[in-house]
Design a protein. Structure first.
Length: 111
């Protein structure tokens, strides 16, 4: 089996390696800063868009709710009117039944 010769790490080579690694880390730090800035900008844009959509939804819902309220008020008014007419008919029916009962009793006892 062949054994490769081991190279010696001199102070000069270690300094070169350190400098090369420092350059690499500086590049990575710059990329991270750039990415953070880009993500921050995208998040601000997204927040702005979401706020706009929420405002539009609120406006639309308020309009729909107002329309529904008006429709319900109209429907409730119609139901109340129908109930009042029904109540009047029952009142007239009661009067008619009472008059008929009085007439029958009068015929029975007087006639």
């Amino acid at each position: 089996m062949a054994v490769m010769a081991r190279e010696a790490w001199t102070d000069e080579r270690l300094d070169d390696l350190k400098d090369h690694m420092d350059e690499g880390f500086c590049g990575v730090k710059g990329e991270i800063r750039s990415l953070r800035s880009e993500v921050k900008g995208e998040m601000q844009l997204l927040r702005s868009e979401v706020k706009g959509e929420v405002r539009a939804l609120r406006t639309e819902l308020k309009g729909e709710i107002a329309t529904t309220r008006l429709e319900l008020k109209g429907e409730i008014g119609e139901v109340r009117g129908g109930l009042e007419k029904l109540s009047e008919r029952f009142d007239r029916l009661n009067v008619t039944l009472i008059a008929a009962l009085i007439g029958l009793l009068a015929m029975h006892y007087l006639g």
